[in-house]
Design a protein around this ligand. Sequence first.
Ligand code: NAP
Length: 505
Amino acid sequence: MKISGEMIIGLDCIKGEGKEIKSINPLTNLDVEPGYASAKKNDVNLACSLAWSAFKEYRKTKPEERAKFINTIAENIERLGDVLIDRAILETGLPKARLEGERARTCNQLRLFASIVLEGRHLDLRHDEALPDRAPLPRSDLRYQKIALGPVAVFGASNFPLAFSVAGGDTASALAAGASVVVKAHSAHLGTSELVALAIQNAAKTCRMPSGVFSLLYGSGNDIGAALVNDSRIKAVGFTGSRAGGTALMSIAQKRKEPIPVYAEMSSINPVYLLPKALEYKAIDIAKQFVIAQSMGAGQFCTSPGLIIAINGDGLDAFISECKTLIESSGSQTMLTKGIYNAFKSGVSTLKESGAISTIAQGQNSGGENQCAPILFEASAADFIRLPELSNEVFGAATLVLRCKDFDELLQVTEYLEGQLTGAIHMIDGDEDHARQLIDELELKVGRLLFNGFGTGVEVCDSMVHGGPYPATSDSRTTSVGSTAIDRFLRPLCYQDIPKQILPE
Ligand code: NAP
């Protein structure tokens, strides 16, 4: 399949007339052809108008039809083969094996949502039968089911060009819910976005889905994204990216005549607690695991460990000393975009300029473009609470170790933390009392609480929660990964005394 730089609007491919943008190879900082003309407001209007009319038809599709469409998308993505992987490598600098794994995850995710549609689990059907003889008042027949909210706008993530982009978790769960989808492509991987969008468009054609069930628009700067969220026919938004981007879209959505939900996954530093007994007996092992988790994907994961919290003592010293040895002998990796690299540099500078942190260790920088070498800092718990800038997410392989003078101070830090996607506790026998007290606090801060591990690697399954209180996400009642992600794009509807002959199928 060939890319052309055209937008995918319903069943048509349309050349945009706005400003041309190009992806940039982060390994070389050179443009990647072809150019992609940004959408204009009339393209947003067309995509949303088609999405609205398609929605009315698509939400009524039979489970087998909808599941077939979603499964066909997965097949088409697989059929793209190396064309897709090679383009994604060019646009993101990510290694082949990582992208192949991500493609498998993307397709499995689509198939999971197709299976949910077939089972009808998402409908959450409930029935309270009529009680005509109930005194003092009879009860009506009441039936409950969930229906799709309406067309969904999706903003692809830079750090998962497949699994959280055009056909990623947001799109898969929205399509499964019965919503049509308009994606604003991430400007960092335009060709990858087009290829995946063509796979979806072809599936829509093969499965005879209404035109407008899916569209893809390009647009750098904020105008096109803002126009999309402002369009009255869009009824919900899925977003993964920066806190600034997510909160900007939340604000637009709230100011609309009809405010709509924005499910934004934004910023998290994912605290990791090392409890005293675990540090006494396992400091070196934990350090080894941590250094691997920290540098994975150059730390460009929303669940990357950005904060380590422990009580001052020999165990913590041993942990830090092992980390220092391992990090100083480690190399650097290319970041996804120049913008992300610049944000990493500026985040590190802000930490250093606070005057409250010391650098424990830094990896070797290869000197190539957009390189991130892992870096480990240390600060006191008191300074962390005093200086809000120490809590900011530094997207990349940067981690701050907090030395607490005692367990009470460790709990104080926890109470001070903002909402997080994950919290990890390293413990062994003998740490239970501390762990129980910590869990009571951490449950209020995180979406996923994990033990003796690190949050990187998010399983797509029924029990997964990839969410958490603000600013981890804009709505802590939901998850953007796992089967219940579909609930974001559904709402409950009750039928009272509906005649049997017109009951929805
Ligand atoms: P981003 O700048 O928030 O962009 C994400 C998407 O939203 C892009 O498509 C972008 O458009 C669009 N967008 C951003 N602000 C907007 C606004 N005000 N109005 C309309 N559309 C807007 O995120 P990014 O480019 O992926 O990465 C930048 C930073 O985000 C990173 O350095 C990191 O700090 C953070 N990040 C966090 C996570 C996480 O999971 N926690 C993941 C990725 C990134 P364009 O295509 O025109 O840029």
